[in-house]
Design a binder for this molecule. Structure first.
Ligand code: NI
Length: 185
């Protein structure tokens, strides 16, 4: 088990586009396992490879801690791609890379996503509600997009000081992180 430090807002990998995974080698298998460990250690419900500083198109999702979705087993999505979307819904979001900041974001309500599973087999999933929300949030990470990019500047003002602190590494967080200034283990 390896818990990797999570890159915070202000670090480079969060703004880079991750590259498709071509084959499932030992490194990728180990990375996926470490991503699950890292997400669980931080009490997260989703994590993208960019957030651990790796530019591969891999996300992990675990919403089994939520009452309504406790039967959905944790799963990894390699090279996820939204192939259809419908509706719109507003939900409050947070992010392990932007701790303590929460804001409402409008996203599609229902999506169909094509991906490869942790055995590299092709899969397709239809998701709505919180599952769709987490998958869309994490796919955004793979494209260098953060949820705060959708939040109006007037609303982000509330968090100005906190966002500055995150960017300057001037924060205390209960999981290991990499800030733009230093690594905090
Ligand atoms: Ni996030």
């Amino acid at each position: 088990m390896a818990i990797l430090p999570i890159y915070l807002d202000g670090t480079e990998p969060l703004r880079k586009k991750a590259k498709p995974v071509k084959e499932l080698d030992m490194n990728t298998i180990a990375l996926i396992k470490d991503m699950f460990d890292t997400m669980h250690a931080a009490d997260g419900i989703g994590l993208a490879a960019n957030q651990v500083g790796v530019l591969k198109r891999i996300i992990v999702v675990d919403i089994s801690s939520l009452e309504d979705t406790k039967d959905i087993k944790p799963f990894a999505l390699i090279n996820p791609e939204v192939i259809s979307k419908a509706g719109k819904c507003t939900m409050e979001e947070g992010c392990l890379s932007i701790p303590s900041v929460r804001a409402e974001v409008v996203r599609p309500d229902k999506i169909t996503v094509k991906y490869r599973d942790s055995n590299f087999n092709e899969q397709q999933i239809v998701a709505d509600g919180i599952l769709a929300r987490v998958i869309l949030h994490e796919i955004d990470h793979l494209d260098g997009v953060l949820f705060t990019d959708y939040v109006p500047k007037s609303k982000l003002k509330e968090y100005k000081e906190l966002l500055e602190k995150i960017k300057n590494g001037d924060i205390e967080i209960k999981y290991p992180v990499v800030t733009n200034q230093r690594v905090l283990l």
